[in-house]
Design a protein around this ligand. Structure first.
Ligand code: FES
Ligand code: FE2
Length: 345
């Protein structure tokens, strides 16, 4: 049996609701070029980005009330990929259709289901993400394109000790506190969870800008990794004012959603949002938190793309393992296990 390159038959993040306007959007996921579109009635769809007539990308076409019209000879395709009109002739050839991929819009996130074959269909719905609709939070986000393999982004998200060196200007600095944080890593066959706690530490620049901390803080980072996305809850409360074990704890919160979807083996889409709970005295803080987060993630992008370039300059060289690599290593093992074909009984 051939080994798959990416985990198939599952939901992947394809984009955000606000990206789908009146134009088709061409985007490649897991080596499959797709076109996403939204008709004026609000319905969304994903098709293979190839007209079945002379193979123009359908992403060069135009959205109409009934579907997506090819920009070359005008074949019109509906949400299910069926051709419903061939201009200038009454009949539509029976074989005129393109592959459709299940697409869901939920909590401002577009989820696409990539099946191993056109016949395979989802047996479940994509996961919910409640913080995009939680009245206590406001959020913003963006999507970044990476010239690097998707798993290098997982490595970065599952090891937040890099804040100390990569993100000095925003959420990091203070290497002693970061490298000595209390760290717990747990995992199952579908998840990895990394919890870091930094009691009684200095608030970093983004935190002091967003929240009026009078002094030192108890700071936490909780990373919940799944194959399609990570949820990262970071935040802080006044030192000694509450318990790290209280899921309703007060203080300043940043709730990160990180959808990481491979584009090709060497490139990836990174769909992120950050939701924060503005302090009563700083109700207008969200744009600043989102802006600083965008800068922070741009710093990661520079590092990760440079890392990938260098891995290509030194192909096949071994890496040294250190304990902070525990979370990233577990995520890689989990994905490897999904890709290893089951032996037939
Ligand atoms: S290539 Fe699409 S209609 Fe001809
Ligand atoms: Fe980072």
């Amino acid at each position: 049996m051939m080994r798959e390159v990416f985990p198939l038959n599952r939901w992947w993040v394809a984009g955000f609701s606000w990206e789908l306007t009146d134009k088709p959007l061409g985007r490649t996921f897991l080596n499959r070029p797709l076109v996403l579109f939204r008709t004026p009635d609000g319905a969304v769809a994903a098709l293979e980005d190839r007209c079945c007539h002379k193979e123009l990308p359908l992403s060069m076409g135009a959205v109409e009330a009934r579907g997506l019209r090819c920009g070359y000879h005008g074949l019109l395709f509906n949400h299910a990929g069926g051709c419903i009109e061939v201009p200038g002739q009454p009949a539509v050839p029976a074989r005129a259709r393109v592959r459709a991929y299940p697409l869901r819009e939920q909590d401002q996130i577009l989820w696409v289901w990539i099946g191993a074959t056109p016949e395979s269909q989802p047996q479940d719905e994509p996961p919910r993400y409640a913080f995009h609709a939680d009245p206590r939070y406001t959020f913003g986000g963006d999507c970044y394109h990476y010239d690097a393999p998707w798993q290098l982004i997982h490595d970065n998200l599952l090891d937040l000790s890099h804040l100390a060196y990569v993100h000095l200007k925003t959420i990091g600095g203070n290497p002693g506190a970061h490298m000595n944080a209390q760290l717990t890593t747990t995992s199952s066959h579908e998840t990895v969870r990394v919890v870091r706690r930094m009691p009684d530490s200095e608030p970093p620049p983004t935190y002091t800008a967003a929240w009026p901390f009078p002094g030192r803080i108890d700071r936490w980072q909780e990373v919940n990794f799944r194959v399609s996305h990570c949820e990262i809850w970071t935040g802080a409360m006044d030192a000694g004012s509450g318990s790290f074990d209280d899921p309703e704890r007060a203080g300043f919160h940043m709730r990160g959603f990180h959808g990481v979807t491979p584009e090709t083996t060497d490139s990836a889409h990174y769909f992120w949002t950050v939701a924060t709970n503005p302090h009563p005295d700083r109700q207008d803080i969200t744009p600043l938190v989102v802006g600083q987060t965008a800068l922070t993630f741009a710093e990661d992008q520079v590092v990760i793309q440079a890392q990938w370039q260098n891995q290509r300059r030194f192909p096949g060289r071994a890496q040294v393992y250190i304990p902070i690599d525990d979370g990233p290593t577990r995520a890689r093992r989990l994905i490897d296990a999904l890709l290893t074909p089951q032996q037939p009984p």
